[in-house]
Design a protein around this ligand. Sequence first.
Ligand code: C5P
Length: 231
Amino acid sequence: QQAIVVAIDGPSGSGKSSVSRMVAQRLGLAFLDTGAMYRAATWWCLEQGVPLTDTEAVAAVVRELPLAVGVDPAGPTVHVGGTDVGEAIRTTAISSAVSAVATNLEVRAELGRLQREAIAAERVPQSFSHGRGIVAEGRDITTVIAPDADVRILLTASEEARLARRAKEVHGSADAEAVQATRDQVLRRDKDDSTVSTFHVAADGVVTVDSSDLDLEQTVQAVLDVVAQVT
Ligand code: C5P
């Protein structure tokens, strides 16, 4: 059986990570969260005391990043130098700082190289882990990292839906106050990230799945439908 590559891009709050992970699980594929890699690089820079505005220093530190990512969708892992940073990379401090690192072109080249390697490893049938393929999600997977993927999807959601989801995630509620508290952070990260790629618009050949009016399960199903059409 041919190994398949499913590339999924989208903004924060589109449900991209949960959806991609569940799709990988259902299809028995590996799962790569590339955002976690940018977050781990950011964590490492802060840990090393590197000023994020010093692009040269950040690039130098990330070139030596001792990163290990586990691609099992049942429990994806991220280790830096043997330390499990799975939780540490999800803090607000990292979320606010990550764009500064992710817009560094040398960082993108380095992490992009690691991402291509991780995808290629799963493309080889009978490789060390799954060997049947991989779902890779991020901002530039459909366009830059795996433009030749078998399935390419842009997962979008209205700003309103994205803010409500993020508010629920962070504050446990999507009432007006929680949404307001989330708004600044989400919109600022959107703006900072927009220099990375135009991930709000589907590139040629990329299928858009709009999750605004879908719950998690329905979104997973919509993505599985797209995969089924292509494979
Ligand atoms: O997906 P997540 O919100 O965890 O991504 C964290 C950050 O990593 C994004 O805000 C973006 O700055 C960066 N990123 C990126 N390219 C990717 C994935 C994530 O620049 N492929």
